[in-house]
Design a binder for this molecule. Structure first.
Ligand code: KG4
Ligand code: ZN
Length: 341
């Protein structure tokens, strides 16, 4: 390997995926290994934190070795070790953080802690080589719904956030209510393809004191009330129509807020990130809305939308260039704020 290349080994274990990746110079993914625990958590209808932590411990060494092997590198080639240290489930985060610190200490390789949301945003750099800040990014995952003004690498202004449920959380809860099970997002999307998005008029919440904030508990309650009403009247529910109408209500609001912000700020680049960004209806709706207004639209491939370590490696590269280094006292911070060090 040439000396000037920055090769980062990245680790992600904040929720239910144990992931490791090797990323060269921020945008070139040499390997991206993800061990998903979804099948295990499906048995319980959602992520069980204690089980997630135990599984991370069982898998992490193997996943890291696979990432190094697939990239055809050894620890001798690694410039820095990056790890997600928040936000997320504390026990799950701790496994990745302890592992990264151990490798960093044993091999004397610099350590870089990465914010999980900064990782999701940076997933956009991997396949869109020309994308550079400033741009707007809508981060929609199971735990977060943030509309972020990416002013520069590592420099974020949060314009809006959810006041209650995250967008992905709403998908998961509605999927459970209509009997589709976990994980809800992909199942709602599939069911919605057979349904009528105009069948029910579920509410699109507006927040009066910040037009960029979101609220998804109302639409979730409206779906639950609708289902209860059907049960009481003995009317069978049409899963596909509920899924399509719910998906439309959520994506309408996401697109509306993002486009509004782009117009107000005069930003000509809009990206989406996080698990919900793999939703086809959201991508198509956003693409169309951007096209109408001459805004360039960016999104990662589905495998880079949901949790992975390549995105952590991409974010860590720019942190590395900015001089960010963490000590061996790095700790997991379950409620880490974006922009905090
Ligand atoms: O980013 P992610 O893997 O984990 C978090 O950081 O939360 O996002 C997972 C979330 C889940 O709520 C899942 O239901 C949702 O992303 N999701 C989707 C789709 N694929 C995953 N939501 C809507 N449509 C999808 N196709
Ligand atoms: Zn995530």
């Amino acid at each position: 390997m040439e000396k000037q290349e920055v090769i980062i080994l990245a680790i992600e274990s904040s929720c239910d995926e144990t992931a490791a990746a090797v990323v060269k110079n921020g945008r070139d993914v040499l390997s991206n290994v993800i061990s998903s625990q979804i099948d295990l958590h499906t048995l319980y209808g959602g992520v069980v934190p204690e089980i997630a932590s135990r599984k991370h411990i069982e898998k992490i060494n193997q996943v890291i070795q696979e990432a190094l092997d697939q990239a055809n590198v050894t620890l001798d080639d690694i410039t820095a070790i990056a790890v997600t240290y928040g936000p997320g489930l504390v026990g799950a985060l701790l496994v990745g953080v302890a592992e990264a610190k151990a490798i960093s200490f044993a091999r004397n390789i610099p350590l870089i802690g990465v914010h999980h949301i900064e990782g999701h945003i940076s997933a956009n750099y991997i396949e869109n080589k020309e994308l550079e800040p400033p741009f707007l990014c809508l981060v929609v995952s199971g735990g977060h719904t943030h509309l972020v003004n990416v002013q520069d690498y590592g420099n974020y202004e949060i314009l809006g956030r959810t006041r209650d449920d995250a967008a992905g959380e709403a998908f998961d809860k509605v999927a459970r209510a209509i009997g589709l099970g976990y994980p809800g997002g992909p199942k709602i999307e599939k069911a919605a393809r057979e349904g009528n998005p105009q069948a029910m008029d579920f509410p699109r919440a507006k927040i009066s004191d910040n037009v960029y904030d979101f609220s998804f508990s109302g639409v979730k309650s409206a779906v639950l009330n609708y289902i209860n009403g059907c049960k009481m009247k003995n009317i069978p529910i049409v899963q596909a129509d509920i899924a399509a109408s719910f998906q439309k209500a959520v994506t309408d609001v996401l697109i509306d807020h993002a486009i509004h912000a782009a117009k107000e700020l005069g930003v000509k680049k809009l990206a989406i990130a996080g698990g919900v960004a793999s939703n086809g209806a959201l991508r198509e709706g956003m693409r169309e809305a951007c096209k109408k207004r001459g805004i360039s639209f960016y999104h990662p491939s589905p495998v880079l939308c949901t949790d992975n370590a390549a995105m952590i490696g991409a974010a860590a590269y720019y942190e590395y260039l900015a001089g960010t280094r963490h000590g061996w006292d790095l700790n997991a911070i379950p409620n880490l704020k974006l922009g905090e060090r």
